[in-house]
Design a binder for this molecule. Structure first.
Ligand code: GRF
Length: 186
C-alpha cells in the first residue's frame, strides 16, 4: 500500500514510522509549513514532500483539492496524520473513508484539541495517555483504535510529561500501524 504522512512540525512521529521498517510504501509527506523540520527528515529518508500553505489557496476546499491531486498522482491508499495541525475536511474525508488515522497525545475523550499535553498537565491529572484513532469530521472524535495510559508524576515539569508522552507515541504509533496491516485494515 502507498501511504502518505501529513505533518506540520518536528516530525518525530513520522521519523518513528519511517524507521519502523513497516511493510508499506511511505511515498509522500504532506506538510503545511514550509520550514517544518519534518521536510528535512523526509528528504533524509528519500521520501517526496508536498508543501502547501493554506494562505496560498483560495479556501479550504481548494487547499484540500490540491492535496488530493497529489495523493492521486502518488496512488496513495492511506493517510497517517502525525502532528498535522489542521482539521481534515470533507474533500479528503470523502476521498479516504476509514483510511485516515491520527495520533493524539492524551487519553481520549479526555483533553482533545491542540494542546492535549498542556491541558492534561494544567488539569493536574495523575494519569494521561496517548490515543490512535480514525479521523472523522470532529476534532479528535473518531473511532479509537488503540490507547495507552501514561503516568504524570507530581514532580513532573511540563517538559518531563511531554518527553514521556512522546516516547510512548514513538512506540505505539508504528506498532498500531503494524497491527492494522496485519488485520488487513491498511
Ligand atoms: C505529537 O504529540 C502528536 O501526538 C500530536 O502532535 C505531536 C507531533 O509531534 N498530534 P511530532 O511532529 O511528530 O514530533
Amino acid at each position: 500500500k502507498n501511504v502518505a504522512v501529513f505533518a506540520s512540525g518536528n516530525g518525530s512521529n513520522f521519523e518513528s514510522i519511517a524507521r519502523a521498517d513497516l511493510p508499506i510504501n511511505l511515498s509522500l509527506v504532506v506538510c503545511d509549513k514550509p520550514h517544518a523540520k519534518v521536510i528535512e527528515r523526509a528528504h533524509n529518508h528519500g521520501i517526496e514532500t508536498f508543501v502547501l500553505e493554506l494562505k496560498n489557496c483560495a479556501d479550504k476546499t481548494d487547499y484540500e483539492t490540491q492535496i488530493l491531486e497529489q495523493l492521486h498522482q502518488h496512488d496513495i491508499d492511506f493517510i497517517i496524520l502525525a502532528g498535522y495541525m489542521k482539521i481534515i475536511h470533507a474533500t479528503l474525508l470523502n476521498a479516504f473513508p476509514q483510511k485516515i488515522i491520527n495520533i493524539h497525545p492524551a487519553y481520549l475523550p479526555n483533553f482533545p484539541g491542540k494542546d492535549g499535553i498542556g491541558d492534561a498537565y494544567k488539569a493536574g491529572v495523575s494519569e494521561t495517555g496517548v490515543t490512535v484513532h480514525y479521523v472523522d469530521e470532529g476534532v479528535d472524535t473518531g473511532h479509537i483504535i488503540r490507547q495507552q495510559k501514561v503516568p504524570r508524576y507530581k514532580s513532573d515539569s511540563l517538559e518531563d510529561l511531554e518527553t514521556r508522552i512522546h516516547s510512548v507515541e514513538h512506540v505505539l504509533y508504528p506498532d498500531t500501524i503494524r497491527n492494522l496491516i496485519e488485520k488487513g485494515e491498511l
